[in-house]
Design a protein around this ligand. Sequence first.
Ligand code: 4NP
Length: 161
Amino acid sequence: MANPPRKILFVCLGNICRSPAAHTAFEAHLAKAGLAGEFTVESCGMGDWHVGELADSRMRETARRHGATITHRARHFRADDLETFDLILAMDEDNKRSLLSFAKKESQRAKIRLLREFDEDADAPLEVPDPYYGGPKEFEEVWTLVDRCTARLLSRLTATP
Ligand code: 4NP
């Protein structure tokens, strides 16, 4: 992993619920800290079904209620993302396994982590649950988790050793 990592990729399955929410929450924390120009932030999906689409309207509405606007359009993961980005944060174990299946070397494997490794309140399993077949409560839970984890992520990445 580059030290300190400045190119961050959030990854889920469809790139229309969890990872665009994490991407947007992290950018909001960066903006609040005056650090927006210092990081490259992206998100993508391991599946390609929703490429080009805006995030799920339920996720956008949940973010909006928390004062955030998700403008991302879904994109599919590419193997070269494993070189381009310094830190690649999977929302769940399936996403992490898929990412690892593309990794060709240890330096790439070392970049792949679960977002909830940065959650100080996490109980196992360290996953952001897929809300796609859920309702408003599940989407709210996703926002709460990604907002908390990305705040913690930023403080870890900017902590002075
Ligand atoms: P996400 O949620 O991975 O958080 O974007 C999903 C969105 C769509 C599908 C699965 C998960 N899907 O199967 O279309």
